[in-house]
Design a protein around this ligand. Structure first.
Ligand code: XMP
Length: 515
């Protein structure tokens, strides 16, 4: 097979590294993030069209700071250094980097930057613009052969270039939105300097992957654990396109999904796709195991263990040969700056297999894709919009949203309230504005009055957040009219509920889920 056009993002531990890779792929160029410990032989083997050195929190003079062999500059491959990557380039090629321990020239945030247009990176751009800076050290002298291509009031070398070799360095972060024309700079590096063809498209990804799956699987069977989440659903659709009924999807419905969700997943995959679909309804068994439990961690453990047992017992019984497939995606596999390619983050998408089950191999068709690329593939494969754009849903399901003991009656109350919330948010088009929203049953009873009678019933809490990464989140400012409609409907339509409250806690200090 011909080598696919690749750009390497060499990871020195910066916080925006995935963003750099996203920007490159947005320009239709395939790109991979590799740790700075990657051997030069591997880079030669990949033969990338270009290399991007990322930022990083260190100073090039720290003993423990990540470096790379200067041999990389002899490969004849264009290199763009960003922030720390720019300083490292200057340092390794004989320029001078000043360690600004006294903060004298450190720059942070939006900074007015003046560019010279006489180089391939800034050629088509305005002479001035805001760039996003985040550095303490700075370059005071560029290496031989380089010229200064941008400055700020505080930074004598905001960008530098040796065009004859295709080496460019920028002290700021072109990958973040705050840098005006940052995307154009990255595009200019890829197309004007690296001469990329830009053939990374989701259509060709689907075509190539389908062919690879067919070749790898032959006439064997493939089994996939389907959760109904975006990643496993798209993986299922893709594998089904490749091998049809040789694929079996096992869907464990533990009774803790949102209202009608299990049926929706079943009808989607049985009606729209060619595959064997096996649904295991085990809600009663899960409830029996959860009886009397109120501690959040204990509940999580029980749900996790039970899920593991039900799923693998089914596989053991019927499908323990051929190939195992899972919906691992690219961010599941990369760990920023650790520099140890073999170490993979434990993640819910990557399922631990029991030792007694031996598949011939694992198929992870989405392992090189970012989430929005996975969604684009899902849309192209004809998965319903609702599934492709699904919000994250925790593995333990409503088990962590029914606070305290989980009973069939309490799950039902929560499902009804949550369905009303989703319906109202969808109707006014507000769902799209949210990263995640849901109802919680806190297990608190309060006094109310309905008709002329006193009530003493359950409370429903509404949780809604906006976030980019779920590491931090803001509580969403849902308009009062919508909250009012949701509250009225929940109290009128869901029995045993007489009060609704809105959670106005950000993360931190709160978490998104209540348990
Ligand atoms: P927290 O509550 O930690 O949630 O702020 C952050 C995001 O992770 C989701 N979440 C989970 N996802 N298994 C999952 O697959 C889990 O056990 C789990 N717990 C929380 C949560 O819904 C939010 O999107």
């Amino acid at each position: 097979m011909s080598q696919k056009e690749t750009v390497i993002v060499l990871d020195f531990g910066g916080q925006y590294n995935q963003l750099i890779a996203r920007r490159v792929r947005d320009c239709n160029v395939y790109c991979e993030i590799l740790p700075y410990t990657t051997k030069i032989e591997k880079i030669k083997e990949i033969a990338p069209k270009g290399i991007i050195f990322t930022g990083g929190p260190n100073s090039v003079y720290d003993e423990s700071s990540p470096h790379y062999s200067a041999e990389i500059f002899d490969l004849g491959i264009p290199i763009l250094g960003i922030c720390y990557g720019c300083q490292l380039m200057a340092y390794l090629l004989g320029g001078k980097v000043i360690s600004a321990a006294d903060d004298a020239v450190s720059e942070y945030g939006k900074t007015l930057t003046r560019y010279s247009g006489d180089n391939a990176l800034f050629h088509a751009l305005p002479e001035k613009g805001v760039s996003w800076m985040s550095h303490r050290d700075y370059i005071s002298e560029v290496p031989a052969g380089f010229k200064i291509t941008a400055v700020t009031d505080n930074c004598p070398v905001a960008a530098m270039a040796d065009e004859s070799k295709g080496f460019f360095g920028v002290q700021f972060h072109p990958e973040v939105n705050h840098t005006e024309n940052g995307k154009e700079m990255i595009r200019a590096f890829l197309y004007n300097v690296c001469k990329c063809a830009g053939d990374w498209r989701m259509e060709s990804f689907i075509e190539t992957t389908v062919a690879q799956i067919k070749e790898q699987v032959g006439d064997k069977g493939v089994v996939l654990g389907l959760s109904g989440g975006v990643d496993s659903s798209v993986a299922a659709a893709l594998i089904s396109k490749a091998i049809g009924k040789q694929l079996t999807c096992v869907f464990v419905d533990q009774g803790l999904m949102r209202k009608n969700e299990g049926d929706f997943v079943e009808s989607t995959f049985t009606k729209l796709f060619d595959m064997n679909f096996v649904r295991i309804n085990c809600g009663d068994e899960f409830l029996a195991k959860l009886k009397g439990l109120t501690d959040p961690e204990e509940k999580r453990n029980v749900i996790g263990t039970e899920f593991y047992n039900v799923f693998w017992n089914k596989i053991r019984e019927s499908y323990g040969s051929g190939f195992f497939a899972q919906g691992t995606i690219y961010p599941d596999r990369i760990e920023s700056g650790k520099g140890d390619a073999a170490k993979i983050k434990t993640h819910h998408n990557q399922v631990e297999q029991p030792k007694d089950i031996h598949f011939e191999g694992t198929i992870e068709p989405l392992k090189d894709l970012f989430k929005d690329e996975v969604r684009a593939v899902g849309e192209k494969l004809g998965l319903p919009h609702e599934l492709v754009w699904r919000q994250p849903f925790p593995g333990p399901g409503l088990g962590v949203r029914v606070i305290g003991e989980v009973t069939a009656e309490r799950v039902k109350i929560l499902q009804e309230a949550d369905a009303i919330l989703r319906d109202e948010m969808d109707k006014c088009g507000y769902s799209k504005e949210m990263s995640q929203f849901f109802a919680v049953l806190p297990g608190v009873k309060t006094v109310g009055v309905m008709g002329d009678a006193r009530t003493y019933s359950e409370l429903i809490a509404i949780r809604a957040v906006t976030t980019d990464d779920f590491m931090t989140a803001d509580w969403a400012k849902i308009p009062y009219e919508i909250l009012g409609r949701v509250s009225n409907r929940i109290i009128n339509e869901v029995s045993h509920v007489n009060r609704v409250v809105y959670d106005i806690t950000s993360k931190p200090p709160g978490t998104v889920e209540w348990e």
